[in-house]
Write a protein that binds this ligand. Structure first.
Ligand code: ATP
Ligand code: LTN
Length: 336
């Protein structure tokens, strides 16, 4: 297929901390699988990250670390466009226009805004409120067809589609209508916390036993798995309603080893948590080992990373400009 017949994929990850196994299994793991058949654009969304307070040096480090992890997880800078959001000013420029096509009421209904306002009650800034509009700009700038994300982002994909529809209604044929591209249930769509199976595994969880970081050392991974909260009976069986803790571990183990859920249940029939938890820990240690080692290598090679993000920004800017020019023309701005 020629480049311009291929569909376009766009996704982003915030450098708001260290990446977790949830980020990997829910999103990043799927990115390299798509790069042969689609035009893929993957961004490190540093502008989104500052909607909650970040320490500047830590943000800079985390931004390069996410970029390195994209590559360590299998993204090839010659096949996919890899870049840093703040390097392409068109994102902020389109976001302003789209702010004027987003209703206060619909933005107020976003559950992520409500959750994050509750968590950061001392800093409910307007950026947090318009976060989904910047995300819509990210997606629509590249005439994106598909957006691979975890299910927690489905509401943001829907508001992006609503904004695109509203804009296209007033100015036809401006934006491609994007669709969310989610992992199937049980295949990483939602990985939950090891300490609290009712909530999603999140890098901003204050309890580090809840998450596994891609950069965690093997001994930390083993400890967190051994301590993982499970359920009162000791059967190793998939039952997300009644046994959410062990079901989450089964999902992780199956994804890490490539085994089916049924095969995992058979393997541990009659064996109990004492055998299962360390086995799940070891599978994750082996899954993450090459990613951690490759990331460490890349982070030692800052010149290479710089070359990747500069080239990426150049390619992304060219594509983004085309859409932004069209939008500026349509809304009635005088051409430069
Ligand atoms: P934070 O915890 O700081 O709010 P986050 O990890 O939820 O951040 P991002 O870093 O922006 O948010 O998420 C990157 C991608 O990882 C998104 O596609 C998101 O849907 C996915 N993702 C995040 N957590 C999980 C999870 N626990 N299970 C599955 N997918 C997830
Ligand atoms: N809100 C997203 C991160 C994000 C994103 C995007 C994902 C920002 N812009 C564009 C896909 C496409 C999240 O995962 N928390």
């Amino acid at each position: 297929m020629s480049e311009n017949q291929k569909k376009t994929i766009f996704s982003g990850v915030q450098p708001s901390g260290k990446l977790t196994l949830g980020n990997y299994l829910g999103a990043i793991r799927n990115f390299p699988l798509l790069q042969e058949d689609y035009n893929c654009i993957y961004c490190v969304v540093d502008m989104h990250a500052i909607t909650v307070r970040q320490e500047p040096a830590a943000l800079r480090r985390a931004t390069l670390e996410v970029l390195a992890q994209y590559i360590a997880c299998g993204l090839d800078p010659d096949k996919s466009v890899l870049f840093i959001q703040s390097h392409v000013p068109a994102h902020a420029e389109l976001a302003w226009v789209l702010n004027c096509f987003t209703m206060f009421g619909e933005a107020s209904r976003m559950t992520q805004f409500k959750d994050k306002s509750a968590k950061h009650a001392d800093n409910i800034n307007v950026g947090l409120f318009t976060y989904p509009v910047l995300m819509a700009a990210d997606i629509l700038l590249y005439q994106t067809d598909l957006v691979p994300v975890g299910v927690d982002q489905s509401q943001h994909i829907e508001i992006c589609r609503d904004i695109a529809n509203r804009f296209n209604g007033r100015f036809p044929d401006t934006f491609t209508m994007p669709e969310g591209y989610y992992p199937k249930a049980g295949e990483g769509a939602k990985i939950t916390s090891l300490a609290d199976p009712a909530s999603k595994m999140s890098k901003s969880d204050p309890n580090p036993n809840g998450y596994i970081l891609l950069m965690d050392k093997p001994e930390d991974i083993m400890r967190k798995f051994k301590r993982a909260v499970t359920d009162s009976d000791t059967r190793i069986a998939m039952d997300p309603q009644n046994k959410p803790g062990v079901s989450n571990l089964i999902q992780i183990y199956a994804l890490a080893t490539g085994k089916t859920v049924a095969a995992v249940e058979d393997e541990f029939a009659g064996k109990g948590y004492g055998a299962f938890k360390p086995a799940a820990g070891e599978a994750v240690v082996e899954l993450l080992r090459p990613i951690r080692e490759k990331t460490e290598d890349l982070l030692r090679n800052k010149d290479y990373l710089e070359q990747v993000y500069q080239q990426g920004a150049q390619k992304a800017s060219y594509l983004a400009r085309r859409t932004l020019d069209k939008v500026y023309r349509k809304v009635g701005f005088v051409g430069r």
